[in-house]
Design a protein around this ligand. Structure first.
Ligand code: PMP
Length: 286
């Protein structure tokens, strides 16, 4: 039951889900994606994720193939086949393949033809997040060499996956990126540091993905529980001299980072503020 995917209005088995090699997503990474977490089978922050998907589409001048109600119907159709309680729903929309190949041109950079949009969706299990056990991870730092529109959730993730592979080869979970000496984000997460009980995170800009978890943690958890939040630039020295570091994303919530480039943060243990935020987040999703 967990091996079904949605492809262009059809539910199919994983092995049957095929798209054209002329799809612009395949040739040019011309597409966007969104990842929506479900906890206890219920979507968490669906509206926020849907809005970001619409924004990403708009910024790449891609048409939304469905109305919101149609999306909800199609998601429901796929999730009939999902047996997990906690999972993420991956949605990908690419500009697709040309409606016609009559001109004999199979690949051209400019998207100036009419195309058949491709929509695919699948779900993946989220490992249970537990209040009693908090997972702590390690990271490396790297120069941020991505393009300047990281606020679009584009499927062009070559540098993110390259950097995360480097991290993994060094035994680390995440690569924390710096552009011109200023921290931007992780390859698949937003980054926070804690210094003298102040929680600090970079401002929103075109240089980072506007994480749904980042906003939620700031507005619904940090502010409402009277922690101090400061939105400002973070440099390498700030990162390495911080009391705590944690990253956020939709599937992990709050994930403490206890070692960066072999340097221990908080003596290599999970900090109290990170732990508290993790627990408060879990209360909200359960
Ligand atoms: N930044 C990047 C580059 C990411 O890939 C992600 C995860 N999608 C995030 C931040 C966190 O975003 P969210 O909280 O919406 O999952």
């Amino acid at each position: 039951m967990n091996n079904k995917v949605f492809l262009n209005n059809k539910i199919c088995n994983i092995e049957e889900a095929k798209i054209s090699i002329f799809d612009r997503g395949f040739l040019f990474s011309d597409g966007v994606y969104e990842l929506i977490p479900f906890f206890n089978k219920k979507p968490f922050l669906f509206e926020e994720h849907y809005k970001r998907l619409e924004n990403s589409l708009k910024m790449l001048d891609l048409d939304n193939p469905y109305s919101k109600d149609e999306w909800l119907d199609k998601i429901k159709m796929l999730l009939n086949y999902c047996e997990y309680d906690n999972f993420s729903l991956y949605i990908q929309i690419t500009r697709g393949e040309p409606l016609s190949y009559n001109d004999g041109i199979f690949r051209e950079h400019a998207a100036i033809k009419k195309y058949k949009t491709s929509v695919s969706m699948f779900f993946s299990k989220i490992n249970d997040l537990s209040e009693s056990f908090i997972r702590c991870e390690t990271a490396i730092t790297l120069e941020d060499k991505r393009w300047m529109q990281c606020d679009i959730k584009s499927i062009s993730l070559l540098y993110n996956s390259y950097a995360k592979t480097l991290a993994s080869k060094k035994g680390a979970y995440e690569a924390i990126l710096f552009r011109n000496g200023v921290l931007t984000e992780g390859c698949s997460s937003n980054v926070f540091i804690v210094k003298n009980k102040k929680i600090i995170t970079p401002k929103l800009s075109n240089l980072i993905l506007h994480g749904i978890t980042r906003s939620y943690i700031i507005n619904e958890i940090i502010k409402k529980n009277k922690f101090e939040i400061v939105i400002e630039d973070i440099n390498e020295e700030d990162l390495f001299s911080s009391d705590e570091v944690f990253i956020t994303n939709s599937t992990q919530g709050v994930l403490p980072i206890i070692k960066i480039n072999n340097k221990k943060i908080n003596k290599g243990t999970c900090g109290e503020i990170s732990k508290k935020l993790h627990q408060l987040y879990l209360k909200k999703i359960n």
